[in-house]
Write a protein that binds this ligand. Structure first.
Ligand code: DAH
Length: 330
């Protein structure tokens, strides 16, 4: 076949392929390779230039270049036109007046906000912040805090056991023992943390909650210091007009012991938010402090209760469900 005929044949085959063209990625790629690839039909024609008499070479070279340019333009135009009339036949309508998407910005969990605020209030009166283990042994969670084995006060704590002598701590009071075992008196510590209890879950009880423990040990610490400290905190946290009351109570690790309620105006009822008292001499003995020399007070705030009052939340479970609709309000 003459060179001219071969050129004509490529052109005709290309036209035929375009006529039966369908806009699929596979077909487009195949045609691309077939005509314009490195070993494609057009490259094949260029190959043959070497056998063309020298005086005709420039003329055929030009012809082939034009052919390649023309066919590839036609090919692109075909691909473009079929893409437009198949998928976006209707002109896309963009409504520029629609509000844009908001970036998903995280926020600080209300419990964490409450913890942060409590830390600031107590730091201002000289409390250090400390932490301790959430999985602990019977000694630190109970025994050193003057809960003898089989003491009925253990029942109040609804303990989750890891094994016979290891528990998920039922209160942050375990950290009192760790602190005193590791540091000589005097001490002034605040201990925020998670605690666990195997309780029936309801709007005011959850198996996990938060406490802020306080421990103040020095010479000449009195119950008046404890009362002054708790009152100071309540005024800072809830404002000068907060209504509170101290009630006598019982904890194995304090003597005397008290609980403090604050008045919940919205629900018209008292709400208990902290247990406290003077550190029991037996606790000092179990960590090797001399109770004749050292005195102290301790307290344990229920942080979830405080957050519920502060943010007017009626169900403790909301704190633990991770529902963005709830959390993004804080
Ligand atoms: N640990 C107690 C509880 O979880 C709260 C408490 C009471 C902590 C009196 C104290 C305290 O430090 O002195 O119920």
């Amino acid at each position: 076949m003459s060179f001219d005929k071969q050129i004509e044949a490529v052109r005709n085959s290309f036209r035929a392929d375009l006529d039966s063209f369908s806009n699929e990625e596979k077909i487009i790629n195949e045609l691309q390779v077939k005509y314009f690839g490195r070993k494609g039909l057009i490259a094949g024609l260029f190959q043959q230039l070497k056998d063309i008499p020298a005086n005709q070479k420039p003329c055929y070279g030009k012809l082939l270049n034009e052919l390649r340019g023309k066919l590839s333009k036609e090919f692109e135009a075909k691909v473009k036109s079929t893409t437009e009339d198949s998928s976006t036949n209707k002109k896309e309508f963009i409504d520029y007046t629609l509000p844009g998407y908001r970036f998903p910005v995280g926020s600080t969990h209300p419990i964490q906000q409450t913890l942060d605020q409590m830390k600031e209030i107590f730091k201002a009166i000289g409390f250090n912040v400390g932490y301790g283990p959430e999985i602990d042994d019977d000694w630190h969670n109970f025994e050193a805090l003057n809960f003898p084995p089989h003491h009925p006060a253990r029942d109040m704590q609804d303990t989750f056991f890891v094994d016979q002598s290891t528990v998920l701590r039922t209160h942050t009071s375990n950290v009192q023992i760790h602190l005193m075992e590791n540091k000589p008196p005097p001490l002034r510590y605040l201990v925020p943390g998670k605690v666990y209890r195997n309780e029936a879950i309801s709007f005011k009880h959850y198996c996990l909650f938060h406490q802020v423990e306080g421990l103040y040990v020095d010479k000449n610490v009195s119950f008046a210091d404890l009362k002054g400290t708790v009152d100071y905190f309540l005024r800072k946290m809830f404002g000068e007009s907060v209504k509170s009351r101290f009630r006598p109570s019982y904890f194995p690790f304090t003597e005397p012991s008290a609980e403090v309620d604050i008045w919940n105006e919205r629900r018209q009822q008292w709400m208990e938010i902290v247990g406290c008292g003077m550190v029991d001499p037996n606790v000092f003995k179990s960590v090797g402090y001399d109770p004749e020399i050292w005195h102290g007070f301790a307290f344990g705030f229920g942080v979830d209760r405080i957050a519920m009052l502060k943010y007017k939340i009626d169900d403790i479970r909301l704190f633990y469900q991770g529902d963005v609709r709830f959390l993004e309000q804080f």
